[in-house]
Design a protein around this ligand. Sequence first.
Ligand code: UTP
Length: 300
Amino acid sequence: MTRRIRKAVFPVAGLGTRFLPATKTVPKEMLPVIDRPLIQYAVDEAIDAGCDTLVFITNRYKHAVADYFDKAYELEDKLERAGKHEQLEMVRNPLPAHVRAIFVTQPEALGLGHAVLCAKEVVGDEPFAVLLPDDLIWNRGGASALKQMADHAEASGAGVIAVQNVPRDKTSSYGIVDIEGFSDRHGAIRNMVEKPRPEDAPSTLAVVGRYVLPPEIFASLENTGRGSGGEIQLTDAIADLIARGGRFDAYRFQGTRFDCGAHIGLIEATIRFALDHETLSEAARESMQRALDELGVAEN
Ligand code: UTP
């Protein structure tokens, strides 16, 4: 696999139950960190990595994601008349001119693996990326996580899975990789273990929601039965390819990952982005300090 990835798949058809009741009407991927929805951060990352075709796997309730990337005539007209040029630019060009968005419906929420399989016809016979937008990865001023992975995939010819180090007592919350020849940045995956107990975990490198996959993954997904939770699991299909000699590298990207699929992760991302914000940082800092003081938390 030495071709540069051009296509990025965004599985956004999950139910987002952890953010109910908000996600009753607002898709999880549309939850904002400051003023941009999670999906926008993931899309920017894919474009930074060189992707020009964005494939969104949605469900029939998630019009908001498609609407977000569509034209908003009335709003644009109003902003234009009001002379609000800065805001107008923000809504007018959600994607650069060379990038196209394609929407595919996942008829039933049968799991992440099934969602990726829904992209088969659009992706065809070439390597591609999968990004889970609720994993927000921030690499201040540096190359995006997916760009780092795409460079590695191109150079190595391997499929690439993003990993991050987690404390050993947290391994049971993650998929953990068993690797060999780890260079401190990447290593070949021997196996992946779902949510192992700390004493059974083969490493402390946990799988994060960024993948560069070969097209052979589709045949593997077609043959993958329902795994844990009755869902078709992407990790089962990858494990199957590895067992049949496929090469996948775990890649420890540079950057910080926020798990915005969980409450605390979204809070952390918001705090971090606010503290780093061009115009909001001072007010954010003061407000956080005030909140800590009022709650009686000592400064040091
Ligand atoms: P999650 O495991 O986070 O599930 O899915 P979820 O439904 O989104 O959220 P919770 O756990 O109920 O709160 C991981 C990714 O896979 C997508 C989700 O949209 C998310 O990006 N997914 C999951 C699908 O696209 N289809 C599915 O059938 C399942």
